[in-house]
Design a protein around this ligand. Structure first.
Ligand code: SF4
Length: 315
């Protein structure tokens, strides 16, 4: 359904009175089948949210192609179709809702903009959407400040599915919520996917959430995909040193358990001036001098179908 081919997203920035570019996404290729969920995981600054914004055409695409059902999203003639087919749920439901709008107006907005419904039919449809995400119709005339964080995120999800989209970009949809509420929102998303055959691009830094929700996962580092495959295979036997380090960084919940070794040190390098060769070599515990700092690794497809961009990946 969604095909991303060699995508590059760059932003102009001024560094010491000189204009240069941030390579936020640098040559990403991905595909996502209808009804499937692809997780995109990585540290802050890995480019995962920018990837989602590029699919929504809210980030400047420097080169590459994004196609939805075969239609190139750069084609202005598919703009209206795209707006209906692709919707987004952002991380922070507090800032995603206008505090001056009732819940009715907030959820009705896409239906009004696209001239789908009006009057009593519009109100009935919004009430139906609220019920779909587990909220009573009495919420129609409430304002966002009267709702909890979880209820606000349910409203945002109701608004996102109002136009019956096919693809939802879920950008850290549970990160701003309490753990118990996170589980409820994940259940809402799962049941909506079953009911409406929705396709999800699920962006998160939370590996547990990705494991619970996504059938496939793409691990991003400094704008590139370093490992991509079925979530259970990738998480149970990671093949890229960065994926291994991310998993080792997850805290051990049992008291008295030893701390895991091999967690990442240092920060992600600046995307303004990424390291030569493999961009991970400055933090990689197994980097090979003379190879990793010179030659960028070409992604290799392993026997189990996953792709790994590392010189040391098994053949
Ligand atoms: Fe580490 Fe080299 Fe593999 Fe990059 S290519 S992840 S530096 S071993």
């Amino acid at each position: 359904m969604l095909e991303i081919d060699s995508l590059k997203v760059q932003f102009p920035v001024r560094v010491q009175r000189r204009w240069t570019t941030i390579k936020a996404v640098d040559g990403v290729s991905l595909s996502l089948a209808k009804g499937d969920t692809l997780g995109v995981v990585g540290e802050s600054g890995s480019g995962k949210s920018t990837l989602g914004l590029a699919v929504l055409r809210l980030a400047p695409v420097a080169s590459g192609r994004i196609a939805l059902d075969g239609a190139d999203l750069a084609d202005p003639s598919v703009e209206t179709t795209l707006r209906r087919k692709v919707q987004v749920v952002f991380q922070d439901p507090h800032s995603a809702l206008n505090p001056r709008m009732t819940i009715l107006r907030a959820v009705a907005e896409p239906l009004v903009i696209h001239n789908v419904l009006s009057g009593a039919a519009l109100e009935a449809r919004v009430a139906e959407l609220l019920e779909t995400v587990g909220l009573p119709r009495q919420f129609l005339y409430r304002y966002p400040h009267e709702l909890s964080g979880g209820q606000k995120q349910r409203v945002c999800i109701a608004r996102a599915i109002a136009l019956k989209p096919e693809l939802l970009i879920l950008d850290e949809p549970t990160s701003a919520l309490d753990v118990s509420v996170q589980a409820q929102i994940l259940e809402v998303l799962k049941s909506l996917q079953r009911e409406f055959d929705l396709t999800y691009l699920f962006i998160s830094h939370n590996l547990a959430v990705i494991r619970a929700v996504c059938r496939r996962v793409a691990v991003m580092y400094l704008g590139r995909i370093v490992e991509e495959g079925e979530t259970e295979r990738v998480f149970s036997a990671p093949q890229h040193p960065y994926t291994r380090a991310l998993l080792q960084a997850v805290p051990v919940p049992e008291a008295g358990q030893p701390r895991r070794s091999g967690a990442l040190k240092g920060d992600v390098p600046s995307p303004v001036d990424p390291p030569p060769g493999c961009v991970f070599h400055t933090r990689c515990p197994v980097a090979v001098a003379g190879l990793c700092d010179r030659e960028p690794p070409v992604p290799r497809v392993l026997a189990d179908g996953r792709a790994v961009a590392c010189h040391l990946a098994p053949a």
